[in-house]
Design a protein around this ligand. Structure first.
Ligand SMILES: CC(C)(COP(=O)(O)OP(=O)(O)OC[C@H]1O[C@@H](n2cnc3c(N)ncnc32)[C@H](O)[C@@H]1OP(=O)(O)O)[C@@H](O)C(=O)NCCC(=O)NCCS
Length: 176
């Protein structure tokens, strides 16, 4: 079984990003307060709709279990952010899998990130990924709170994968 393209929760549809969503992706990824926590180095702010188009195309090229799911709350009706499964950098071959989350600030404080991430975590484990990690900046307290809220195990800090130290969490399938 693979991680499904669409996942339903009580309040949210998780689905693939499409060309129609380009303005929403640009609105989210053009904000420094969202992108400053992604990847090493200076924040990579999205500049224009062409970049949004290329980014969605790059999402479509990802092979399962990896991918980026648009978070569409029923009461909003369009994507307010993403949850994703992707490889942990510098984690060997095969790479470890990590889960991530990012939302437009207008969607913070509703429990959407935790609800979406919990569903994707369950889907990833059910699809046979035996361990899923989450890595956050040590001072990204809202993100640390999401990992704890969805029941991931806190493994402390690590210097292994990003330039800056990370707080690292894991969820393991019951069979592991
Ligand atoms: C990290 C991030 C997704 C967290 O968003 P968030 O909305 O705080 O997270 P949650 O979905 O868990 O929501 C929890 C909040 O919603 C509130 N909430 C409101 N209604 C709720 C409901 N029905 N159910 C659950 N929580 C609810 C909770 O009380 C909590 O608020 P609090 O933080 O004031 O206590 C967001 O800060 C973000 O996008 N940051 C930028 C990108 C980023 O840092 N990504 C992670 C990189 S590692």
């Amino acid at each position: 079984m693979s991680v499904p393209d669409e996942i339903r929760t009580a309040r949210i549809q998780l689905r693939q990003w499409t060309a129609r969503d380009e303005p929403h992706l640009l609105a989210i990824q053009s904000l420094v307060e969202v992108v400053k926590w992604q990847d090493d180095g200076p924040p990579k702010v999205m500049k224009d709709i062409d970049e949004a188009r290329e980014r969605i195309a790059s999402y479509e090229r990802q092979a399962r279990p990896h991918g980026v799911w648009a978070v569409v709350p029923d009461d909003v009706g369009h994507p307010v952010g993403s949850v994703m499964l992707n490889p942990v950098p510098e984690s060997g071959e095969p790479a470890l899998t990590q889960i991530g989350w990012s939302l437009h600030p207008t969607a913070w404080g509703h429990g959407y990130a935790a609800e979406a991430a919990s569903a994707l975590l369950d889907a990833g484990l059910a699809a046979g990924v035996s361990e899923i990690y989450a890595l956050t900046n040590l001072t990204n307290f809202p993100s640390i709170a999401v990992a704890l809220r969805i029941g991931m195990t806190d493994l402390g800090t690590t210097d292994d994968y990003y330039e800056e130290p990370s707080r690292i969490f894991v969820a393991r399938s019951p069979a592991t």
